[in-house]
Design a binder for this molecule. Structure first.
Ligand SMILES: Cc1cc2nc3c(=O)[nH]c(=O)nc-3n(C[C@H](O)[C@H](O)[C@H](O)COP(=O)(O)O)c2cc1C
Length: 183
């Protein structure tokens, strides 16, 4: 992602938005590879790197995926399915492996979202989808579990930043202090 047009990391973090409206243009394969390259450098427990990424760019498969995920913006022109490969879980206890698989996928996904923003691609992460449906659509073997979807495309909107909680609400020093509003 280290291109000359890359934005400063704090700009990339602050300017990343969930984009939900896309132009019809396709995304070059090389750009999708750049996103997965960013994901590759995310941390994983013991460096196990249990992820597997499936890039969906063919219209029929995209339509199939949209039908299985109501939260996925309709105009996406690409999709990255962030999966965990159970064969790479090693001998970790089942519950630990499962929770950390989600953590691992989430960290890889944030890298994807930031890299997309740096490359001026639009992206939106979606967690609600039919896992069984996606497994069937993509003919996943039983060891490959889809965890998150990332819709991708050329942005057709510049969403305003949703508000964030204040620093006072989310940060306390040394011990927990309830200065914050709970809503
Ligand atoms: C786990 C997870 C699931 C999400 N699912 C959806 C979704 O189904 N549809 C959607 O449009 N956005 C989804 N989002 C995006 C959030 O709505 C968005 O991140 C939040 O409103 C803040 O906006 P921002 O990303 O532009 O800062 C999801 C985000 C996360 C982290």
């Amino acid at each position: 992602v280290n291109t000359t047009s890359s934005r400063d990391i704090f700009d990339v973090i602050g300017l990343r938005r969930s984009v939900r409206s896309f132009k019809p243009d396709g995304i070059p394969h090389r750009q999708i590879e750049k996103l997965v390259e960013a994901a590759q450098w995310a941390p994983t427990p013991g460096n196990r790197q249990s992820w597997h990424f499936i890039a969906i760019v063919e219209p029929a498969a995209l339509e199939g995926a949209k039908a299985l995920s109501p939260g996925l913006p309709k105009s996406v022109s690409g999709l990255l399915v962030v999966c965990s490969d159970h064969r790479r879980w090693g001998d970790a206890a089942e519950e630990f492996a499962r929770v950390t698989a989600i953590e691992e996928a989430s960290m890889a996904t944030e890298n994807i979202l930031l890299a997309a923003s740096a490359l001026a691609l639009g992206a939106c992460v979606v967690a609600s989808f039919s896992s069984e449906g996606v497994a069937e659509l993509l003919q996943l073997p039983p060891n490959i579990e889809p965890i998150l979807l990332v819709g991708l495309g050329v942005p057709d909107e510049e969403p305003l930043a949703p508000t964030r909680r204040t620093m006072r609400e989310i940060l306390s020093w040394n011990t927990y202090k309830e200065e914050c509003s709970a809503d």
